[in-house]
Design a protein around this ligand. Sequence first.
Ligand SMILES: [Mg+2]
Length: 245
Amino acid sequence: MLEAVLIDLDNTMVLFDETGFYLRYMERVVPYFEDIVPAEQFRDRLLRGIRGLLRNNGRINNQGYFLDQFCDGCESLRQDVWARFLRFYQTEYDQIPVAVKKPDGLEALLDQLSAWGLRVVVATNPLFPEIAQHVRMSWVGLEPQRFCLLTHLENMSYVKPRPEYYQQICDIIGVSPQTCLMVGNDAVNDMVAGTVGLKTFLTTEADLIDYGAITKGRNIRPGQSYPADFSGPLSDVAKVVSGYF
Ligand SMILES: [Mg+2]
């Protein structure tokens, strides 16, 4: 029996040059904080905050953990830093130039999954606030309301590729991992879901897009990635799911 389908966002439902976007993001976010966090400190603090999230073991949410790391040694700035991040994502984030492609059959797939009565989760790495996840979803016209859960910095206390991230999603929506399918483009971050019992589907669209030398895909060392139960273009997910009925 299948009860829920979890779908990654970046380069699964929204195809874009993630590395190029990140570089342009840094160009804009650094000066946005300059009056409260000097530029040379900002990069280090941001990296420390994001990378540190891998060590969050569920004790507090990712927002609190990120701010602990980012504001280490300057705790008095905590409120201002968070407010500034939110304002950046509300006003500037959507202004960053990006070329986006929607995978074939995205809407048809989501409609079909809903018609089958399945719960559908946007299982995007919860490194960013909810408002930022909404912006990237809007690039391909995805409304948050059509999903039963969207993971973000404020509502999760693990990040990918921690297997606990997937267990936490199952706990929140009240299903067992064995009744879920995780769909995503990343052989590590997404396919690790298989280790806690979810079925896994590795999408292939992003691999076929050439973003140029600077953004060649993640270097995965042998032995690091996880096997997928299924693989193919996103639209093939419906065929896999239909096999469960
Ligand atoms: Mg992805």
